[in-house]
Every structure is written in C-alpha cells, then in structure tokens.
Ligand binder design. Structure first.
Ligand code: PLP
Length: 367
C-alpha cells in the first residue's frame, strides 16, 4: 500500500466523553456558563496574562481586536506581506484597509524600515503573525510601534505554546488572537479566544463580543463560544505542552537526517522556541528547483501547506488584486524557498523514515 502522510492531527481522549456528559447534564450550553469562565481562567494561567475571552473563532477574535483598538472604517492596519488570508479577512470585515509590509529576509517579522515607511496618520494597528508557530524577533517591531503609539495585535492562531524571548507568544501584544480550529494545537473543532493584560481592552472586547450587552447604547456582535467547546478546551489545554514536546522530538530527529547545504530549518531567534505546528524548512535553491522539490514530495504523498493553500505573498491573490503591483522582495523570496513538513503526534517513526527517504531522493533536484 502507498503511504499517505497526514497533515492533520486530530486529538481524542476517552476521558473527554465523561467530561462532556457532565457538562451536558448541567443543561447550560451557552457562551456565558461557568465552564466558559473556568476555561478563561485556565487560559490566563497557561499564557501568563491577566484576561482571556473565549470566542466563537479566531476570525471573531481578530475582528474583536480590531474593533477595540479602533482599527475600523477607513483605518489602516499594517500586516506582513506573508500574512495568510484568514488574518486579512477580518480587516475587510472591520471596513479597515490592510497595508502590506515586507518582512525581514528569511523570517515572517516586519522589516522595520518598510514598516516605518508605511505608517500614516490613519494607521491604527499592526498585526504580527508567528506563521506555523515559529517565533519572531518581536522587539524591533515593538520599538517602532511604541514610538508611534500604534497597538500590536498578535495573530497567534498557529502559535499556542510558542516561546518568544522567554515569554509565550500571545502575551506580548495589546491584544492577541488565537483559533482553536481542529488544525491548531489547541483544538475544539471551531473556536477561538483573545488575551490581553489591559483591563480597558478586556472590558471593551467582552462588550463587543456579547451584542454590546444589548444595552441599546453599545454596538457588538454575537461572538460568544459554546460551552461544550470551552469544556473541551479546558481539558485539552493540559495536553498542549506534552504535544509540543512530541512535536519537537519529531522535528529534531527529522532535521538531523535531512539537514545539509541545501536544506535547513527556518531561523529561530535566541531564547525562543517553535511549537512545531509544522516543521518549516528553507531550501537554498532557485524557486523553480524548489517548486519541483515540493511537487516531488507532494506526489509522494507528503503534503505541503505551501502547495495545499497556494501560499504566496498576500497581494498575489486575486482577492487583493488592487495591490498586485506591490513588490515585497523578501516576502516573495521567502515564500518561494520554504515548505512545511508534518511532525504532529500521529507521525510515526516509519513515517519519518519514509519522509527522509523521499527527501533523499528529491534533494538531487536542488543541487
Ligand atoms: C486559523 C487561522 C485564523 C482563523 O481562525 P478561525 O478559528 O478558523 O477563524 C486566523 N489566522 C491564522 C494565522 C490562522 O492560522
């Protein structure tokens, strides 16, 4: 039988059935139950922040974040040109305007000169995105934003448990946004949450996500989560660190076997560690050779997010065609020379051996 490497890891634990039974018997399943509060408390503990708000999705968290920092209706929002589509759609929902900024060579961090160049009187927020859970050097970005009084929103949808300069991703921004969609490290089917250390931001976000408390004064959406999702999240939060350890071990052993002059891991800043949402490798070869390499892997049933999602600089998608003539060289180079490899807990040692063998065959393409 042909081996198929699965890019999805779906968590299940028998204990969850008992938990969900217990929750169902309370009969209260809305977004304001005690289970939601318990989940939010535990999120605060895990991420080391003061406030957490459970929400219906990562997209809801991003829209809420934009609203509470005032990045709506004609405001400009700075986003790296390597942003994925789900980061940018909430900006459109908020009727704000995305402004795409180039990245530093070989990272997903803002290139600060381009960042400064693109700040205007309308800039109301910047969104930073640790793609595939890879830590980014935040400090330079934060310095620029602080100087201009622009709030940082973290889109940490892929970065549960990622460490940046000895502190968890999601604990840095004025507000940070997480998804708990099935593909993410903390998975509840669909779902999300926002984190902040700022009481005023917390109050505003809560108000916005609950219809403005229907007081007839404040505007808001219904972005409340479901109790069952939150109960699952509460349980599964205990399993993230173990998952990250397993993923890190698999990534390390895979890298040891494939690293050479043409293949390396995406750079990791000091005092930082990825959660290994995926292993990201950088290929030192022309974009054409890299494309052939990735195709060879895909044809051998080793999936790549680059292939699967047509990953490219965001302004190359037809949805953003008004930005087609932008040129962010570092972003363009980066997306043409990377690919992802699954290293989740369901990847067996045999799978790793298979991936290594296929890469050994494919690497000749890069020479
Ligand atoms: C998954 C994801 C989102 C969207 O989260 P949903 O819960 O699916 O709405 C946003 N940004 C990034 C970077 C993501 O990976």
């Amino acid at each position: 039988m042909v081996r198929q490497i699965n890019d999805k890891f779906l968590f299940f634990d028998e204990m969850e059935i008992n938990l969900l039974k217990k929750v169902l018997t309370t009969k209260k399943l809305s977004g304001t139950s005690e289970w939601v509060e318990l989940y939010e408390k535990k999120l605060c503990d895990y991420f080391g922040v003061k406030f957490a708000i459970a929400l219906s999705s990562g997209s809801a968290a991003l829209h809420t974040a934009l609203y509470v920092v005032g990045a709506t209706d004609g405001a400009e929002v700075l986003v790296p040109a390597t942003a994925p589509i789900p980061t940018v759609i909430p900006i459109l929902i908020a009727r704000a305007r995305p402004v795409f900024v180039d990245v530093l060579p070989e990272t997903f961090a803002f290139e600060c000169n381009d960042l400064k160049r693109k700040i205007t009187s309308k800039t109301k927020a910047a969104i930073i995105i640790p793609m595939w859970g890879y830590p980014l050097p935040y400090k330079d970005t934060l310095e620029v934003l602080e100087e201009w009084g622009i709030p940082l929103i973290e889109d940490t949808a892929q970065a549960h448990g990622t460490i940046i300069d000895e502190k968890k991703a999601g604990a840095w921004g004025l507000i940070s946004c997480f998804s708990t969609h099935d593909r993410k490290l903390l998975a509840t089917g669909e779902g999300g949450f926002a984190l902040t250390n700022n009481k005023e931001i917390y109050d505003k976000a809560k108000l916005f996500s609950q219809f403005g408390y229907m007081d007839g004064i404040h505007f808001g959406y219904n972005y409340k989560p479901q109790t069952l999702q939150c109960a699952l999240g509460l349980y599964r939060l205990d399993h993230i660190d173990k998952q990250i350890r397993i993923r890190t071990d698999k990534a390390t052993s895979l890298l040891e076997s494939i690293r050479n002059d043409y293949i390396c891991e995406l750079a990791i800043p000091p005092q930082s560690s990825p959660n290994y949402y995926s292993l990201v490798i950088r290929l030192k070869a022309s974009s054409e050779k890299v494309r052939k390499f990735i195709s060879f892997l895909a044809n051998s049933n080793i999936p790549s997010d680059i292939f699967k999602y047509g990953y490219r600089p965001i302004y190359k998608h037809p949805l953003f065609r008004e930005f087609y003539n932008l040129e962010c060289h570092n972003a363009e180079n980066l997306v043409k020379t990377i690919t992802t490899l699954p290293v989740h807990p369901d990847i067996s040692n045999d799978d790793i051996e298979y991936i290594v063998n296929i890469i050994k065959k494919a690497e000749k393409i890069l020479f």
